[in-house]
Design a protein around this ligand. Structure first.
Ligand SMILES: [Zn+2]
Length: 71
């Protein structure tokens, strides 16, 4: 896959994280919504995708997660 920012070929692979991967929205310095990106019951959550080392960006396919964790 070509990087949409610089058009160089991106690295293909996956991002590893802990059991939960969450995106924390920030609105004017305060916490907004939390979005559960991935979760795993056994071991670490993995998200497959592409990385551009030159732009320092990652594009990930996020898996379907059934229910969000409680805040
Ligand atoms: Zn790039």
């Amino acid at each position: 896959m070509k990087c949409p920012f610089c058009n160089l070929e991106m690295m293909e692979g996956y991002l590893k994280a802990g059991r939960y991967v969450q995106f924390q929205e920030m609105e004017n310095g305060r916490k907004g919504q939390e979005y559960l990106v991935a979760k795993s019951f056994m071991g670490d959550a993995k998200m497959e995708g592409y990385l551009c080392p030159s732009c320092r960006k990652v594009i990930l396919d996020i898996p379907l997660v059934e229910e969000p964790p409680r805040r």
